[in-house]
Design a protein around this ligand. Structure first.
Ligand SMILES: [Zn+2]
Length: 472
């Protein structure tokens, strides 16, 4: 992390591009703040879950905002996905091309369903209270949408011509199928082709529970691959008064015992080592020492042993597979004809899904059939740690929180980022919202985002984009 710590202080990086007076002007004015809040409120008030199906309406509304701001119609592309009742929106802010290939800006318009009866307030009416915005999607991912949309509009209004195209890609089913991402990458590649992507649906900072001060910033550079498998034992069954030597439940239990005893190999990448170096000083006791040791001597046996014993770090150095569901038998007085366990795996980046399935099959043995629970799982590599991007993210973070360190991190997954990484577009989760652990209600009840952090995120994105797409 020394490499990262020693990077430019945020203000210097911005000054290099704009001059220092301009650096101060990176804070959004009252008009942009009001517009960003209005976009957030309008977005939250539309139920864009698979139940509410109002994502196409949100896409049209956002397209209107760009039209009203003077973006040419040819640079605003609405792509309907009628069979799944959603839409994608792609908007291009044209650059002069001097700074290289386009940068993609990702966020998703859909949300996880929310039930009015379970919430304290109507989840689809945004409320500002006690320093928070409340509502389904305020955090995941509509604050990101409001920041990206209002920043692009403000940059255009300021007459900023980026040195490279900035392409906003808003997807419409991140929380469910990922069809919009998959299809954009397959069928509309020219429209959304870029050198790398910045994802507003990942990354972010932590705040102290007591004081609210910003204490950490994580930039997501890798996601583990999500895949579930069924382990199925079949048997002729029969009357339970006459047990046979073979039995579907015993066979399955024996197989699961072997899965339990097995550990996938220890692995690491640049992100693993950087994140351990950064986390070691604040980690408790031997865990901190193990992180330091692992970062110095990747794969070290003793360190791996300690890290594997803790649920918080086990998944950082290994693929993990664990049973999550069981279904077996059909009557209390009959021998089971089938027994099925679902095993959920979080696969280390760059490991093929088929390799994990083959390992489970070896463990389960010939009496058990191992198969993916559904198809369409996608594996992706870690994105490379690039100095220019890390510097720009550090500049953005420090514009709000001077001196704070940027730590690359691998998340247990998964966002739309996996599709873009799998398609060869390195993707970085770099949103600038800071919350306390106790504020994290994404996907859950009473989702909220701190009002001050929502506005600080506008500065974050402006510094990030003007640094990466400014003139050098
Ligand atoms: Zn999300």
């Amino acid at each position: 992390v020394n490499r990262i710590v020693s990077r430019l202080i945020g203000v210097f990086a911005v000054c290099a591009v704009f001059g220092c007076a301009a650096a101060r002007a990176q804070t959004p004015d009252a008009a942009q703040r009001a517009q960003a809040r209005a976009i957030l409120e309008y977005s939250v008030n539309l139920d864009t879950s698979v139940e509410g199906r109002r994502t196409p309406e949100l896409a049209r509304y956002l397209a209107d905002q760009f039209r009203a701001a003077g973006f040419p119609a040819g640079d605003i592309t609405l792509i309907p996905f009628e069979h799944i009742q959603t839409s994608a929106l792609v908007v291009r802010l044209r650059g002069d091309g001097g700074g290289g290939r386009p940068i993609l800006l990702l966020a998703h318009m859909d949300v996880v369903p929310a039930r009015r009866a379970d919430w304290e307030r109507d989840p689809f009416t945004m409320v500002e209270e006690n320093g928070y915005f409340y509502g389904r999607g305020v955090y995941d991912n509509k604050a990101g949408i409001a920041a990206l949309v209002s920043t692009l509009i403000a940059l255009k209004a300021d007459g900023f011509t980026p040195a490279r195209d900035l392409i906003l890609v808003l997807t419409g089913d991140e929380e469910t199928l990922g069809v919009t991402s998959t299809s954009l990458l397959r069928d509309h590649r020219a429209l959304i082709d870029g050198e790398f992507a910045l994802n507003a649906d990942a990354g972010g900072g932590g705040r102290d529970e007591r004081t609210g001060a910003a204490v950490s910033y994580f930039m997501q550079t890798a996601e583990k691959t999500f895949a579930s498998f069924t382990l199925t034992a079949r048997n002729e069954g029969g009357h339970s008064s006459a047990p046979r030597p073979d039995n579907a439940i015993y066979d399955l239990v024996d197989a699961l015992a072997r899965v339990r005893a097995y550990q996938f190999p220890v692995m690491w990448n640049d992100t693993t080592l950087e994140s351990f170096r950064a986390a070691a000083p604040t980690a408790e006791g031997e865990l901190g020492e193990a992180m330091t040791r692992f970062a110095q001597r990747p794969g070290d046996q003793r360190a791996s042993h300690i890290l594997s014993a803790s649920p918080s770090t086990l998944g950082q150095i290994r693929t993990t597979c664990v049973p999550t569901l069981l279904e077996a038998g059909h009557a209390d007085n009959a021998l089971p004809q089938s027994a099925v366990a679902t095993v959920n795996c979080r696969i280390f980046p760059s490991v093929p899904i088929a390799e994990v399935q083959a390992q489970l099959q070896r463990l389960a043995g010939a009496r058990i059939a191992v198969a993916p629970l559904t198809d369409g799982y996608i594996a992706s590599d870690a994105s490379p740690l690039r100095d220019d991007i890390i510097d720009a993210v550090a500049a953005a973070v420090r514009a709000n929180y001077p001196g704070l360190q940027v730590v690359p991190s691998m998340s247990a997954g998964a966002t739309d980022g996996v599709f873009f990484r799998a398609a060869g577009i390195p993707t970085y989760g770099v949103d600038g919202i800071f919350i306390k652990d106790s504020d994290d209600f994404s996907h859950g009840l009473n989702e909220r985002v701190p009002v001050d952090s929502f506005y600080a995120n506008l500065t974050h994105w402006r510094v990030l984009l003007t640094t990466l797409a400014g003139r050098r």
